[in-house]
Design a protein around this ligand. Structure first.
Ligand code: IMP
Ligand code: MG
Length: 175
Protein backbone atom coordinates (compact mmCIF):
# COMPACT_ATOMS: atom_id res chain seq x y z
CA UNK A 1 0.00 0.00 0.00
CA UNK A 2 1.47 3.33 -1.03
CA UNK A 3 1.40 6.13 1.52
CA UNK A 4 1.75 9.84 1.18
CA UNK A 5 2.88 12.36 3.81
CA UNK A 6 0.86 15.58 4.17
CA UNK A 7 2.68 18.36 6.01
CA UNK A 8 0.96 19.26 9.27
CA UNK A 9 3.65 21.41 10.93
CA UNK A 10 6.55 22.85 8.95
CA UNK A 11 10.15 22.75 10.09
CA UNK A 12 10.00 26.51 10.82
CA UNK A 13 6.86 26.14 12.94
CA UNK A 14 8.33 23.29 14.97
CA UNK A 15 11.70 24.99 15.47
CA UNK A 16 10.10 28.27 16.51
CA UNK A 17 7.84 26.56 19.02
CA UNK A 18 10.67 24.49 20.51
CA UNK A 19 12.59 27.72 21.11
CA UNK A 20 9.57 29.15 22.96
CA UNK A 21 9.19 26.07 25.15
CA UNK A 22 12.92 26.14 25.92
CA UNK A 23 12.48 29.74 27.10
CA UNK A 24 9.66 28.66 29.43
CA UNK A 25 11.88 25.95 30.89
CA UNK A 26 14.79 28.36 31.27
CA UNK A 27 12.54 30.74 33.19
CA UNK A 28 11.12 28.02 35.45
CA UNK A 29 14.44 26.46 36.40
CA UNK A 30 16.51 29.66 36.59
CA UNK A 31 19.84 27.93 36.27
CA UNK A 32 18.99 24.93 38.46
CA UNK A 33 20.45 21.73 36.98
CA UNK A 34 18.08 19.81 34.71
CA UNK A 35 18.39 16.14 33.88
CA UNK A 36 16.58 15.35 30.62
CA UNK A 37 15.21 11.84 30.21
CA UNK A 38 14.81 11.17 26.51
CA UNK A 39 12.35 8.44 25.58
CA UNK A 40 13.76 6.55 22.61
CA UNK A 41 13.56 6.54 19.76
CA UNK A 42 10.89 9.11 19.00
CA UNK A 43 12.04 11.71 21.53
CA UNK A 44 15.62 11.92 20.27
CA UNK A 45 15.36 14.66 17.65
CA UNK A 46 13.11 16.79 19.85
CA UNK A 47 15.45 16.43 22.83
CA UNK A 48 18.48 17.55 20.83
CA UNK A 49 16.68 20.62 19.50
CA UNK A 50 15.35 21.47 22.95
CA UNK A 51 18.61 20.85 24.81
CA UNK A 52 20.55 23.21 22.49
CA UNK A 53 18.32 26.05 23.67
CA UNK A 54 18.49 25.43 27.40
CA UNK A 55 20.84 27.82 29.12
CA UNK A 56 21.30 26.15 32.51
CA UNK A 57 23.28 23.12 33.57
CA UNK A 58 21.82 20.30 31.46
CA UNK A 59 22.59 16.60 31.45
CA UNK A 60 20.74 13.85 29.70
CA UNK A 61 20.07 10.15 29.70
CA UNK A 62 18.06 7.79 27.52
CA UNK A 63 15.42 5.21 28.16
CA UNK A 64 13.52 2.92 25.83
CA UNK A 65 10.21 1.58 27.00
CA UNK A 66 7.37 -0.24 25.37
CA UNK A 67 3.78 -0.22 26.48
CA UNK A 68 2.43 -1.86 23.38
CA UNK A 69 1.41 -5.46 23.01
CA UNK A 70 0.80 -6.80 19.56
CA UNK A 71 -1.87 -4.24 18.65
CA UNK A 72 -1.74 -0.49 18.06
CA UNK A 73 -3.18 0.49 21.47
CA UNK A 74 -0.83 0.74 24.41
CA UNK A 75 -1.41 -1.52 27.38
CA UNK A 76 -1.07 -0.67 31.05
CA UNK A 77 2.34 -2.27 31.47
CA UNK A 78 5.65 -0.57 30.65
CA UNK A 79 8.42 -2.86 29.68
CA UNK A 80 11.93 -1.41 30.01
CA UNK A 81 13.88 -2.14 26.86
CA UNK A 82 16.81 0.10 27.75
CA UNK A 83 17.14 1.51 31.26
CA UNK A 84 18.82 4.77 32.30
CA UNK A 85 22.58 4.67 32.80
CA UNK A 86 22.62 7.08 35.72
CA UNK A 87 21.10 7.31 39.17
CA UNK A 88 18.27 9.86 39.30
CA UNK A 89 17.86 10.22 43.09
CA UNK A 90 17.63 13.87 44.11
CA UNK A 91 17.71 15.20 40.54
CA UNK A 92 15.25 17.44 38.70
CA UNK A 93 14.00 15.36 35.77
CA UNK A 94 12.23 16.42 32.64
CA UNK A 95 10.88 13.50 30.65
CA UNK A 96 11.13 14.35 26.95
CA UNK A 97 8.60 12.55 24.76
CA UNK A 98 7.66 12.76 21.10
CA UNK A 99 3.90 12.40 21.55
CA UNK A 100 1.32 11.66 24.21
CA UNK A 101 -1.56 9.63 22.93
CA UNK A 102 -3.51 7.54 25.47
CA UNK A 103 -1.07 8.64 28.20
CA UNK A 104 -0.58 5.08 29.40
CA UNK A 105 3.14 4.98 28.68
CA UNK A 106 3.76 8.21 30.58
CA UNK A 107 1.58 7.34 33.53
CA UNK A 108 3.42 4.08 34.08
CA UNK A 109 6.84 5.49 33.35
CA UNK A 110 6.31 8.26 35.88
CA UNK A 111 5.30 5.74 38.57
CA UNK A 112 8.39 3.72 37.81
CA UNK A 113 10.75 6.72 37.99
CA UNK A 114 9.14 8.03 41.20
CA UNK A 115 10.27 4.85 42.96
CA UNK A 116 13.86 5.98 42.36
CA UNK A 117 13.30 9.18 44.38
CA UNK A 118 14.14 12.05 42.02
CA UNK A 119 13.73 15.59 43.46
CA UNK A 120 11.09 16.35 40.82
CA UNK A 121 9.64 15.01 37.59
CA UNK A 122 8.15 17.17 34.85
CA UNK A 123 6.91 16.15 31.48
CA UNK A 124 7.71 17.83 28.18
CA UNK A 125 6.16 16.58 24.95
CA UNK A 126 6.49 17.81 21.41
CA UNK A 127 2.97 16.70 20.46
CA UNK A 128 -0.19 16.01 22.40
CA UNK A 129 -3.32 14.26 21.12
CA UNK A 130 -5.70 15.18 23.98
CA UNK A 131 -8.74 13.63 22.28
CA UNK A 132 -7.12 10.21 22.64
CA UNK A 133 -6.31 10.46 26.35
CA UNK A 134 -7.34 7.54 28.52
CA UNK A 135 -5.20 8.44 31.55
CA UNK A 136 -6.81 11.77 32.42
CA UNK A 137 -4.51 12.47 35.36
CA UNK A 138 -1.33 12.63 33.28
CA UNK A 139 -0.16 16.21 33.73
CA UNK A 140 1.75 17.71 30.82
CA UNK A 141 4.03 20.51 32.05
CA UNK A 142 5.39 21.61 28.68
CA UNK A 143 4.02 20.95 25.23
CA UNK A 144 4.79 22.31 21.79
CA UNK A 145 1.57 21.47 19.92
CA UNK A 146 -1.83 19.90 20.37
CA UNK A 147 -2.81 17.94 17.29
CA UNK A 148 -5.99 16.20 16.10
CA UNK A 149 -6.38 12.43 16.20
CA UNK A 150 -4.28 11.60 13.16
CA UNK A 151 -1.25 9.37 12.80
CA UNK A 152 1.82 11.58 12.40
CA UNK A 153 5.44 11.02 11.45
CA UNK A 154 8.65 13.00 11.23
CA UNK A 155 10.86 14.84 13.71
CA UNK A 156 11.61 11.50 15.37
CA UNK A 157 8.20 9.86 14.93
CA UNK A 158 7.89 6.79 12.75
CA UNK A 159 5.47 4.68 10.83
CA UNK A 160 6.93 1.18 10.79
CA UNK A 161 10.42 2.68 11.52
CA UNK A 162 10.18 4.98 8.50
CA UNK A 163 10.11 8.81 8.27
CA UNK A 164 11.85 9.55 11.61
CA UNK A 165 14.40 11.80 9.90
CA UNK A 166 11.88 14.17 8.28
CA UNK A 167 12.54 17.72 9.57
CA UNK A 168 8.79 18.46 9.77
CA UNK A 169 5.65 16.75 11.11
CA UNK A 170 3.35 15.10 8.61
CA UNK A 171 0.19 13.00 8.53
CA UNK A 172 0.38 9.58 6.91
CA UNK A 173 -2.25 9.21 4.22
CA UNK A 174 -2.90 5.95 2.48
CA UNK A 175 -3.81 5.88 -1.18
P1 IMP B 1 0.56 6.24 24.71
O1 IMP B 1 0.46 7.68 25.13
O2 IMP B 1 0.92 5.31 25.82
O3 IMP B 1 -0.69 5.78 24.00
O4 IMP B 1 1.69 6.03 23.64
C1 IMP B 1 2.49 7.03 23.18
C2 IMP B 1 3.48 6.45 22.19
O5 IMP B 1 2.81 5.90 21.05
C3 IMP B 1 4.37 7.54 21.63
O6 IMP B 1 5.51 7.71 22.42
C4 IMP B 1 4.67 7.03 20.23
O7 IMP B 1 5.80 6.18 20.27
C5 IMP B 1 3.45 6.23 19.85
N1 IMP B 1 2.52 7.03 19.03
C6 IMP B 1 1.31 7.50 19.40
N2 IMP B 1 0.74 8.23 18.42
C7 IMP B 1 1.61 8.22 17.39
C8 IMP B 1 1.60 8.83 16.07
O8 IMP B 1 0.66 9.54 15.63
N3 IMP B 1 2.69 8.61 15.31
C9 IMP B 1 3.75 7.84 15.72
N4 IMP B 1 3.81 7.28 16.94
C10 IMP B 1 2.75 7.46 17.77
MG1 MG C 1 7.38 7.05 22.19
Amino acid sequence: MAEHIRVLLTEEQVDRRIAEVAQEINKDYEGEPIHLICILKGGAMFMCELAKRLTGDVSFDFMDVSSYGSGTESTGVVKIIKDLDEDIAGRNLIIVEDIIDTGRTLKNLKLLLEQRHPASIRLCTMLDKPSRRVEKEVHVDYKCFEIPDEFVVGYGLDYDQKYRSLPYIGVVEFE
